[in-house]
Design a protein. Structure first.
Length: 206
């Protein structure tokens, strides 16, 4: 059965697709090295704090790790404490892609298309061993599973496990917040020992 799938004619040309994404025609018109015309440090910091505290993941579950991702949104773990409970049904309304599961070559063009449709700035969390390195499918005879989603799109945070528990995904979101704004849980809704708002004079946290 494996040989039949290997010789099937219904196979996406993944190499050509990735080569197209890295070609000159897909590069942005404005280079990142040029930088903005006017940079305001205070407004940039406020914007980053807002982005870190309102990450909107895309509704995108591939395999068993998606069950843990859904469990993170339930009342026991309550991902809404970190402003990330708004799972959007469209990539055009999302800024966070959580790759929760196994990515094979047939799914790879779909994943790349969804990533391209997400507006910038956007971030990626690789959830579970399959998304990080192929997991149990990383064997000598593997012909269909992508051994690491970072071969297709840039990954910001890796959450290991098979599957990782919801606490692992929460830690990954906190790490991503730290990468964006420089602090974990930047705008807490309750008393938080590591909150940067404690340094603000005259501000009382409940």
């Amino acid at each position: 059965m494996g040989e039949e799938n290997k010789s099937s004619l219904i196979q996406p040309d993944l190499e050509a697709y990735v080569e197209h994404l890295t070609s000159e025609s897909c590069k942005p018109v404005i280079e990142d090295s040029a930088g903005p015309v006017l940079r305001m440090e205070l407004s940039d910091r406020i914007l980053k704090l807002c982005q870190a505290n309102s990450l909107w993941p895309m509704t995108f579950g591939i395999a068993c790790c998606a069950i843990e991702m859904m469990g993170t949104g339930m009342a026991r773990f309550d991902i809404s404490r970190y402003g990330s409970e708004v799972f959007r049904p469209s990539p055009r309304q999302s800024d966070l892609m959580i790759v929760a599961g196994t990515v094979n070559k047939k799914l790879a063009p779909v994943l790349l298309t969804l990533y391209e449709q997400m507006p910038s700035p956007k971030w990626v969390i690789a959830l579970g061993n399959c998304a990080i390195s192929g997991g149990p499918f990383k064997v000598k005879g593997n012909y269909n599973v992508i051994e690491g989603v970072d071969k297709l799109i840039p990954v910001d945070v890796y959450v290991p496990g098979c599957p990782p528990r919801p606490e692992g995904l929460l830690e990954g979101i906190l790490k991503l917040q730290e990468k964006i704004a420089g602090v974990r849980h930047p705008l807490p809704q309750n008393r938080h020992p590591g909150s940067p708002l404690r340094k603000v004079k005259g501000l009382k946290l409940k």
